[in-house]
Design a protein around this ligand. Structure first.
Ligand code: SAH
Length: 251
């Protein structure tokens, strides 16, 4: 319960990176070390929590918490309750909190409640997984644009959007899109992207279990069908650089 004597706690939204704990920033590691309460998303790797104090209270607010997924308003209420009890709360999110991470919504709630907060950015999956797969996002010869998009919202019927997405010399990185792979592949080809454009499906990027499947845009649905999760899809000529670059990559 909040009393006059209970100091208001604080909240730090921390990006935990895409899996490899060594991709955590120093600032993130320090924030985790300083936390008394840590609210953890599904996509956060175990190694990241090794930075937590032994007496920190760690709560999983994703699927690991028991239910299918914890409703966003429950997470937000919990966060406010902890901070009102004077706790130093770290809200730990996979990748970066502001890239398809609902970090913006959580900040709005904190602002409304008058609670000060900090953001510690993280390596988003679109940067980490692609780098570990040996695929550059841009390249002078192959892509001058890279778009990070989500397959989750429905782009159907939006001709303009498909035309923009189907442009050549452009890399698409699609989060949360594997179940939409068939539609994405069909629409991009219908709007002018070559059917033989190279694609990659990167699963569990930057983790020891990372796997990569490559093929063409026409094959995207097959490649994505039973890919281990989390997975992101990458579409663009840059994908063909993987064969050339991966031989020289040391881990
Ligand atoms: N905030 C996160 C993204 C959350 S959305 C970030 O910045 O990375 C969840 C989606 O991210 C997943 O469906 C998947 O498409 C992608 N993703 C997250 N971690 C991943 C990983 N290690 N490898 C591949 N894709 C990943």
């Amino acid at each position: 319960m909040t009393t006059m004597n209970t100091p208001l706690g604080q909240v730090t939204l921390v990006g935990a990176g895409p899996g490899d704990p060594e991709l955590l920033t120093l600032k993130a590691a320090r924030a985790i070390q300083a936390a008394s309460v840590i609210l953890v998303d599904d996509l956060v790797g175990e190694g990241v929590l090794a930075h937590a104090r032994p007496d920190a209270r760690i709560t999983y607010v994703g699927k690991r918490g028991g239910c299918k997924s914890t409703p966003q308003d429950f997470i937000q209420r919990l966060m406010l309750q902890e901070v009102n009890n004077g706790e130093r709360v770290v809200r730990l999110k996979g990748g970066d909190p502001f890239v398809f991470g609902r970090g913006g919504e959580e900040c709005q709630v904190l602002v409304q409640a008058g609670i000060p907060f900090r953001i510690v950015p993280g390596v988003t999956a679109g940067l980490g997984a692609t780098a570990y797969a040996g695929i550059p996002l841009t390249h002078r010869d192959y892509a001058q644009t890279a778009l990070f998009i989500t397959g989750h919202c429905r782009p159907d019927g939006d001709q303009l959007r498909w035309q923009t997405l189907a442009r050549g010399n452009q890399t698409l990185v699609i989060y949360m899109g594997t179940i939409k792979a068939e539609e994405i592949s069909r629409e991009l080809i219908a709007h002018g992207r070559a059917a033989d454009t190279p694609v990659a499906v990167i699963s569990q990027g930057t983790q020891s279990t990372q796997s990569v499947r490559t093929g063409t845009l026409q094959q995207l649905a097959v490649l994505a069908a039973d890919a281990p999760t989390p997975a992101l899809m990458m579409i663009g000529e840059v994908v063909k650089l993987r064969d050339e670059l991966q031989w020289f990559q040391k881990d």
